[in-house]
Write a protein that binds this ligand. Structure first.
Ligand code: KIV
Length: 279
């Protein structure tokens, strides 16, 4: 008689990455590759390729919805996109961005919206922008056992206050303020933080000063991890010139545009569908 072996789901399924796993990667000296995603298909591709952490950024307002800034993005939009990403991300940790206006007005509102993002999407963590000014908010959400990722430096939700998308931390006073911001976010209990648009030397200093992983975007090579907007790195962005920090790993604009032109030509010529594509 063959011996029946019961395999539990723990043994048969790949383990889902958690916020503590990401935190541990810094202690183990492992670099952390991160990308954004906004839908099921791309999330599945990223997950299958081995990305451990996917951020559903409010950048979706610009790259998916075509807004000029991230400011119009709503909680309902974040929830819709995060749900789709969670369905595609088998093992990657999914972090949902808290959109502008969802956490600034009061701690109660921040707690309510963080709970919505976790409960209604299945994400494993939330992300919010701001240093010292957001530390109490980070703490309030972490106290509900929701892992929080911080985000300091060039924070796109502050576009009006910053006077545009400008590299932060260039002057001595601003460097010192950002170094304090990083410490405040760590102290508030964040498990990681994004450093966006700051000099590489400052990112190096911050990365050495905190135990939680720093995930850089336009912040140089010394961060514990790197993140790019997936549309930028795949070359699907509509805007002409990409920012200096973007590296295009593919040119899908070209691939998509030539496929579509070919399709138009074949439909117009009556070459598609052929017998092969017909019943
Ligand atoms: O909105 C976003 O996509 C982000 C990532 C770039 C970190 O904040």
């Amino acid at each position: 008689m063959p011996k029946i072996v019961f395999q539990t789901s723990i043994e048969t399924t790949m383990k889902k990455t958690t916020a503590p796993d990401i935190l541990r990667m810094k202690a183990e000296g492992k670099k952390i590759p991160v990308l954004t995603a906004y839908g099921f298909q791309i999330a599945s591709l990223l997950d299958n390729a081995g990305i451990p952490l996917i951020i559903v950024g409010d950048s979706l307002g610009m790259v998916e919805a075509g807004y000029d800034t991230t400011l119009p993005v709503t909680m309902d939009e974040m929830i819709y996109h995060t749900r789709s990403v969670v369905r595609g991300a088998g093992t990657a940790l999914v972090v949902a961005d808290m959109p502008f206006g969802s956490y600034q007005a009061s701690l109660d509102e921040a707690r309510t919206n963080a709970v919505r993002l976790i409960k209604e999407t299945g994400a494993g963590a939330v992300k919010l922008e701001g240093g010292i000014r957001s530390a109490e908010t980070v703490k309030a959400i972490v106290n509900m056992d929701i892992p929080v990722m911080g985000h300091i430096g060039l924070t796109p939700q502050s576009v009006h206050a910053m006077g545009g998308y400008k590299v932060q931390g260039k002057e001595a006073w601003s460097r010192a303020a950002l170094a304090q911001d990083a410490l405040a976010i760590e102290k508030a209990g964040a498990f990681a933080m994004v450093l966006e648009g700051i000099p590489a030397s400052l990112a190096k200093e911050i990365t050495a000063s905190v135990k939680i992983p720093t995930i850089g975007i336009g912040a140089g090579v010394h961060c514990d991890g790197q993140v790019l907007v997936v549309n930028d790195m795949l070359g699907i962005a509509m805007s002409g010139r990409a920012p200096k920090f973007v590296k295009r790993y593919a040119d899908l604009n070209k691939v998509i545009s030539s496929a579509v032109k070919e399709y138009i030509k074949e439909v117009e010529a009556g070459a598609f569908p052929s017998d092969d594509e017909s019943y």
